[in-house]
Design a protein around this ligand. Structure first.
Ligand code: OOB
Length: 538
C-alpha cells in the first residue's frame, strides 16, 4: 500500500475477496478487457473526437509509454485537472497502467487548491488544458512553478499531451490492492483531504453501480457534470459505462444548451445531475426543440433532491428518476429503478452492496431506533479507512473500529432506505458543490480588517443552500465587494466565494464557548425576514 494511505484490516480484505467483491483486477486491465470484447464499438465521444474501445485502449498504451519516457512511473502522484474531454479517459488509463496515481482536481480549482494538492500529494506532474472556460491553466501552472506540466492543447513552454506518443512498452502493472487514484473530499477543515481509492474497491463500486443502473453495451451515458467528481466518474459514471461496454458522451457544459443536442444526436439513455441542474433541465424541456425520448434514467444526487421535484421528472423529461446519495469517501446509495414510486421519490436510496454496513447513531455513538434520526456511520468494501496523510484528522473522522463518520444526519426507513435530513459537518452544500466553512474562514482571517469570520449556509430556492460569511470587522468594516476580491486574489475557486457577506459585532456562542453556527443561521434567517440585521458596511 502507498505510504500515507490506510489499508483495510486483513480480515476485512480477505472477506471482501472471498465474497467476490474484490477480484484482483486493475483499472488498467478493465479497459483492456472492454477493448477485447467491444473493440469496434464507440467508447467515447466528445468535441470532434469519436473513439472506439480499440482506439481508446491504443491511445492509453501509447500515452503510458510517453509518460514513462518523461520519468513518470509506479506510485507517482499526478494532479489531473482536465474538463470533460475524451483525453481525460486516455490520461486516466495511461496513468492506471503505469501504476501512477491521478489526483483529480476540478476545473474550477485555482492556485490555493492546486498548490495544496501538488504539495500535499508530492505530485510528480500536473496535467491541464490550455484554456478552459476563459481561464488559462498554463498561467496557473507557471504561477505555481509546478513540476512537469503537461498540456492538453497548445503547450507553449510545457510538454504537449499530443507529443507523449510512443510505442507501447510492457508494464508490470500495479497491485490491485494498492491505491489507484485520489478523489477530493468535500472537506470540513482548513485544508482539503485526499481520498485514496484502490483498484479493488473502486472497480467494485462502479461495476456494481453499472449493474444497479442497468447499463448494457446499448447504453449511452452523458457525462454532464465535471468528470473529475466521483458521481459522474463512478456512480456508475464514465468508468461504469466503460465497464459495461456502453458509450460515453462528454458534454462540455452541463446546461440544456449543450446537453440537449447531444442527447438527441447520440441517443443518450442515462445521465447524472445535481438538483439545481435537474430543475433547470426540467424547465428547459418544456420548450425544447430537441428529441429527448432516448433518455431512460435521470440520476440526481450530490445534494438533496426534494420529493416534489423528484415526482415531476417523468412528466417533464419522460424518464425515470434515480436518487443517488453518495460520497467520494465511498458509500453510495441508489433508489432502484424497480422501487415503488414513494421510495424513488421520497428517499435517497439504499447502499450498493450487501457488505455495506450502515449505522445510525446518537451523539454518544449508540444506535438509534428504527425510523429515528441520527448520525450516519458506514464501513464496507469500497469505503476508505482513512484519508491520505491525515493521521490526526483520521482519528476523529473514523471510529476506532473503522466506520467513517459521514457527517450526514439521516433516517432509515423500515425497509432500509435512507432519507437525508441534514448534516453536522461544518460544510456548505451549494447545489452539490461542497465548501468547507473553515477553509473560507481562514482566507477571510488573512484580511487585515477582519477580526473574526464565520461561514454558514443560507437557504436558497434554486441551489438549496448558498454561503454567507459573517464577519466581525476590526475597526471600520471593509466593503463586501472588496472582501470578495480579496478572496479571489487568494486564489480560491469561484464557487467558494461567499454569496453574501454580513457584518456583526459578536457571534452567538454555544455552552462551551464555540461559535454557534446554528444560532447564527437562525439570526440570519430572522434578519432576512426583517431586512438586514446589522447596518450595511459604509
Ligand atoms: C457526492 O460526493 P461528495 O464527496 O462531493 O459529497 C458527499 C456529501 C454527502 O456526505 C452528503 O452530505 C451530500 O454530499 N450528498 C447528499 C446527496 N448526495 C450527496 N445529500 C443529500 N442527498 C443526496 N442525494 O456528492 C456524490 C458522490 C457519489 C455519488 C453521488 C454524489
Amino acid at each position: 500500500m502507498l505510504p500515507g494511505a490506510v489499508p483495510w484490516p486483513q480480515e476485512y480484505a480477505a472477506r471482501y475477496r472471498a465474497a467476490g467483491y474484490w477480484r484482483g483486477r486493475t483499472l488498467g486491465t478493465l479497459l483492456r478487457d472492454a477493448a477485447a470484447e467491444h473493440g469496434d464499438r464507440a467508447a467515447v465521444v466528445g468535441g470532434e473526437a469519436r473513439w472506439t474501445y480499440a482506439e481508446l485502449d491504443r491511445r492509453a498504451d501509447r500515452l503510458a509509454a510517453g509518460l514513462r519516457g518523461l520519468g513518470i512511473g509506479d506510485r507517482d502522484r499526478v494532479v489531473v485537472q482536465l474538463p470533460n474531454v475524451p483525453e481525460f479517459l486516455a490520461v486516466c488509463f495511461a496513468l492506471f497502467r503505469l501504476g501512477a496515481i491521478p489526483v483529480f482536481a476540478l476545473p474550477s480549482h485555482r492556485a490555493a487548491e492546486i498548490g495544496y494538492f501538488l504539495e500535499h500529494a508530492g505530485a510528480a506532474a500536473y496535467i491541464v488544458p490550455d484554456r478552459h472556460a476563459g481561464f488559462d491553466h498554463r498561467a496557473l501552472a507557471r504561477e505555481l512553478k509546478a513540476r512537469r506540466v503537461i498540456v492538453a492543447g497548445e503547450a507553449q513552454e510545457f510538454t504537449a499531451l499530443a507529443d507523449l506518443d510512443a510505442d507501447p512498452v510492457g508494464l508490470p502493472g500495479p497491485d490491485p490492492s494498492d491505491v489507484a487514484l485520489m478523489q477530493l473530499s468535500g472537506g470540513t477543515t482548513g485544508t482539503p483531504k485526499l481520498i485514496p481509492r484502490t483498484h479493488d474497491d473502486y472497480l467494485y463500486s462502479f461495476r456494481a453501480s453499472a449493474e444497479i443502473c442497468g447499463l448494457t453495451p446499448e447504453s449511452v451515458y452523458l457525462c454532464a457534470l465535471p468528470v473529475a467528481h466521483n458521481f459522474p466518474m463512478s456512480s456508475p459514471g464514465v468508468f461504469g459505462a466503460l465497464a459495461a461496454g456502453a458509450k460515453v458522451v462528454m458534454a462540455p457544459r452541463p446546461g440544456p444548451d449543450a446537453a440537449f443536442p447531444l442527447i438527441e444526436r447520440e441517443g443518450v439513455t442515462i445521465t447524472g445531475l445535481v438538483p439545481p441542474l435537474a430543475l433547470v433541465w426540467m424547465e428547459a424541456a418544456r420548450a425544447a426543440r430537441h428529441d429527448l425520448s432516448s433518455l431512460r434514467v435521470l440520476q440526481v444526487g450530490g445534494a438533496k433532491f426534494g420529493a416534489e421535484a423528484a415526482a415531476r421528472v417523468r412528466g417533464a423529461l419522460g424518464c425515470a428518476v434515480q436518487q443517488v446519495f453518495g460520497m467520494a469517501e465511498g458509500l453510495v446509495n441508489y433508489t432502484r429503478l424497480d422501487d415503488p414510486e414513494d421510495v424513488r421519490v421520497g428517499t435517497q436510496g439504499r447502499p450498493i452492496s450487501p457488505a455495506d454496513e450502515v449505522r445510525v447513531v446518537d451523539a454518544a455513538d449508540r444506535d438509534v431506533g428504527p425510523g429515528e434520526t441520527g448520525h450516519l456511520l458506514t464501513r464496507g468494501p469500497y469505503t476508505i479507512r482513512g484519508y491520505y496523510r491525515a493521521e490526526a484528522h483520521n482519528a476523529a473522522a473514523f471510529t476506532p473500529d473503522g466506520f467513517y463518520r459521514t457527517g450526514d444526519v439521516v433516517r432509515r426507513t423500515a425497509d432500509g432506505h435512507l432519507i437525508v435530513e441534514g448534516r453536522t459537518k461544518d460544510q456548505i452544500n451549494r447545489g452539490g458543490e461542497k465548501i468547507a466553512a473553515e477553509e473560507v474562514e481562514n482566507h477571510l482571517l488573512a484580511h487585515p480588517a477582519v477580526h473574526d469570520a464565520a461561514v454558514v449556509a443560507v437557504p436558497d430556492a434554486l441551489l438549496g443552500e448558498r454561503t454567507c460569511a459573517v464577519v466581525i470587522p476590526r475597526g471600520a468594516p471593509p466593503r463586501a465587494p472588496e472582501l470578495k476580491a480579496f478572496l479571489r486574489g487568494r486564489g480560491i475557486a469561484a464557487y467558494k466565494i461567499p454569496d453574501r457577506i454580513e457584518f456583526t459585532e459578536r457571534f452567538p456562542h454555544t455552552g462551551v464557548g464555540k461559535v454557534s453556527k446554528r444560532d447564527l443561521r437562525a439570526a440570519l434567517a430572522r434578519g432576512l425576514a426583517r431586512g438586514p440585521s446589522v447596518p450595511p458596511p459604509r
